[in-house]
Design a protein around this ligand. Structure first.
Ligand code: SF4
Length: 218
């Protein structure tokens, strides 16, 4: 029988993606991890409880770079990367300080997130990302707090305050980081005019993304 060998880094497009954790404070209706059985386009992302140390992530990224350089390092797996905030920042710090050579410190580092980090950690964590994270892409999906609850399905502790805390996270990221984007999965039931207005008021940019579960699995 073949040993279970999850990917801690995997390639997609021109980026190298980091699968830091399977832990997540939400259970989004559009999440594909269950329908795709923890596989993402041929990569097994089921860490089975064995979350990688930053040194392992950087070693894996260096090996990938040696095989073929990539244009950005993206923290985005089947889980919410900020659930391991310290590990995430340590990985980014190793890259940005030049201690992940031959990966250049100028490499763009992006975080894909549900934006709940301030709620989960009980403090504003965005200043800790300054100089380490170049871009945050926050899966906000709607301007309507009721619809946010229906679509993101946060765990109990973050049901009441989650939406406001995600907005706070985006506002802070737009102030402190080079790039802050709020994303929405394409959906006819979402009032996109209101979504665009909210994101603009928060100082961020909008990006719409397709619903992956309608895609064929690669
Ligand atoms: S935040 Fe990401 S990993 Fe978590 S449930 Fe939503 S889509 Fe899935």
């Amino acid at each position: 029988m073949q040993a279970h060998k999850p990917k801690i880094v995997y390639r997609y497009g021109e980026g190298l993606y980091v699968n830091l954790t399977n832990s997540c404070p939400t259970s989004c209706v559009f999440c594909i991890k269950n329908t795709w059985k923890m596989d993402y386009r041929g990569n097994d992302l089921n860490l089975a409880g064995l979350e990688p140390a930053p040194s392992e992530v950087v070693a894996a990224a260096k090996a990938e770079w040696a095989a073929a350089p990539f244009r950005e390092l993206v923290f985005c797996g089947y889980g919410e990367p900020t659930m391991r905030l310290e590990a995430l920042l340590t990985c980014a710090r190793l890259v940005k300080s030049g201690r992940a050579a031959p990966i250049p410190p100028s490499l763009r580092v992006r975080l894909n997130t549900n934006g709940l980090a301030n709620a989960v950690w009980g403090r504003n964590v965005v200043p800790e990302m300054k100089g380490l994270i170049d871009a945050v892409h926050v899966s906000l999906n709607t301007a309507d707090p009721v619809q946010w609850l229906e679509r993101m399905r946060p765990m109990e502790p973050w049901k009441d305050t989650g939406f406001e805390k995600v907005k706070e996270f985006i506002r802070e990221a737009a102030l402190l980081l080079p790039e802050a984007v709020a994303t929405a999965v394409e959906d006819d039931t979402v009032d996109m005019a209101k979504f665009r207005k909210l994101v603009s008021d928060l100082g961020a940019e909008v990006r719409l993304r397709p619903r992956l579960e309608t895609e064929e699995r690669a």
